[in-house]
Design a protein. Structure first.
Length: 354
């Protein structure tokens, strides 16, 4: 009966389905340039990311556990957000949606994007009922949809139909792009979703990465990092959590990728501010701000086909090949073309046949 109740609520909400259209975006570097701030909020063991612009737009991705809702609302207030344009609920686990009912009571929300993955919990039921009671436009986030957030563009990369059985692998993954800056918010996706994104060609280099699943070893594979190549990686984890997040292996893979790692359990809330050309990081537990170099603009024409090999073998693969996930981060080699791999003395894998 509880599952039927959840499906009924979802059906009622999707009856007021909102269809998104892509919006134009851009930036200028001047005293009057719009600033975009990505705030990865320290909510303990959970996720909540606020993206706000100086011209009054805001998107909240998840709301952390229930006990974190006062901090989330405080961050929204400090950012000067009179309302939330878009609330994205990546998936229905309590450490991501537990605080959303109080957030919905505390600030106006114009629309909600949900994964649509049914979960038979009181937390999820209360969240859906709150949206229904407030008559907030509701839609399901699916790969390929996009919309404008002020001068920025938001693109949904995941999930696709049919939804996976694993709730984490149903997480909504979004990329926010503003000029030459981009941030990838990976929810709690695990290796199967990462491999599917690689195979679909949906990934590209990004300035910042919100690391999937709190730094669990189920995610953030070497193949995934080899494509997104973040300058900055932010891990959301509770201090002294019982899950062992983030794991040593994920930290090693991030280090090998060259990313500068920030952790909410150590650094508190992490803020990235950008005008679309340069960016700067500030952390809650740092007296000053950490300036970052201006990144090269993210390529707009795609990254082209890349191939992957290991320093300990002479075989190269497609990114989605099952053998790539077994390559240790320290041994991963990335080739920009098939010919480059061959010129380096590598031969094609007989399984994926690149």
């Amino acid at each position: 009966m509880h599952l039927k109740r959840m499906r009924t609520l979802l059906s009622a909400l999707t009856a007021i389905l909102l269809v998104f259209g892509a919006g134009a975006f851009g930036t200028v570097q001047s005293e009057n340039a719009v600033l975009l701030t990505v705030s990865v909020i320290d909510v303990g063991q959970g996720d909540s990311i606020l993206i706000s612009t100086s011209d009054g737009h805001a998107m909240l991705v998840d709301g952390g556990p229930a006990e974190a809702s006062p901090k989330v609302l405080e961050m929204i207030s400090k950012a000067g957000c009179g309302k939330i344009d878009v609330l994205v609920s990546t998936h229905p686990h309590a450490d991501h949606i537990g605080g959303l009912a109080r957030v919905l009571d505390g600030v106006r929300v114009d629309r909600v994007i949900d994964s649509g993955k049914v979960h038979t919990s009181k937390t999820y039921e209360g969240y859906l009922e709150k949206i229904l009671a407030k008559d907030i436009p509701f839609s399901l986030g699916r790969a390929g949809s996009s919309f404008a957030l002020g001068p920025a563009a938001v693109t949904v990369l995941w999930p696709v139909e049919p939804l996976a059985e694993n709730i984490n692998d149903c997480s909504i993954v979004v990329r926010v792009t503003y000029g030459g800056f981009s941030v990838l918010l990976a929810g709690d996706i695990e290796e199967p979703s990462e491999q599917a994104l690689i195979k679909a060609g949906s990934l590209s280099p990004t300035t910042a990465l919100k690391v999937a699943h709190h730094g669990s070893d189920t995610s953030t594979t070497a193949a995934f990092l080899g494509i997104v190549r973040p300058a900055v990686a932010i891990i959301t984890a509770g201090a002294g959590n019982s899950y062992g997040h983030p794991t040593a292996s994920v930290l090693a893979r991030l280090k090998a990728s060259g990313a500068k790692v920030y952790r909410t359990d150590l650094d508190g809330t992490v803020n990235i501010k950008t005008d679309g050309k340069s960016w700067q990081i500030e952390t809650e537990r740092d007296d000053g701000s950490k300036a970052a170099p201006t990144p090269a603009p993210t390529p707009t024409g795609g990254t082209g086909q890349k191939y992957y090999g290991s320093k300990s073998s002479n075989v190269f693969h497609y990114a989605w090949c099952r053998y790539v996930s077994n390559i240790k981060a320290a041994n991963l080699r990335v080739f920009n073309s098939r010919q480059e791999a061959i010129n380096k003395g590598y031969r094609p894998c007989q399984v994926c046949k690149p």
